[in-house]
Design a protein around this ligand. Structure first.
Ligand SMILES: [Zn+2]
Length: 133
């Protein structure tokens, strides 16, 4: 079910991804469409996207001799964790607000955990690899 966060109402029949009042059914603070996906599903969506970004950066750095992204990966991982916290807070706000937007809480929880797990996991992996070396 789509949910308009501006009107705080369910949108059973979105027209061009907009609610009847013309709001886009996408929230920029969580970078996701405002659909009440289960936490597990949004977790794996976020995990795949975050891992995709990590793989893209590492492989471009590995393939291009000038290493265009240098050590950008560290910043990206920090961003994932910070973003996860922002999304978590947004979800809590919606939950407190009540009504239909509260149904987006599992979505935000999944996105937040997916990003934080990728960020923290990659850091742990990086530290481990350095230790083994
Ligand atoms: Zn609306």
């Amino acid at each position: 079910m789509w949910i308009c966060t501006a009107c705080n109402q369910l949108v059973p029949d979105p027209v061009r991804r907009k609610c009847p009042n013309g709001h886009i059914l996408f929230d920029w603070s969580i970078l996701a469409p405002t659909k009440d996906l289960p936490a597990v599903k949004s977790f794996f969506n976020a995990l795949l996207i975050c891992l995709g970004v990590v793989v893209a950066i590492t492989s471009i750095n590995a393939l291009v001799p000038s290493k265009p992204f240098g050590n950008a990966l560290g910043y990206v991982l920090v961003f994932f964790i910070a973003f996860g916290i922002v999304v978590l807070r947004r979800g809590r706000k919606w939950k407190r607000q009540g009504g239909p937007v509260a149904r987006l809480a599992p979505l935000t929880l999944g996105i937040a955990l997916g990003c934080i797990v990728t960020g923290a996991g990659m850091f742990a992996l990086g530290i481990t690899v350095n230790l083994i070396r």
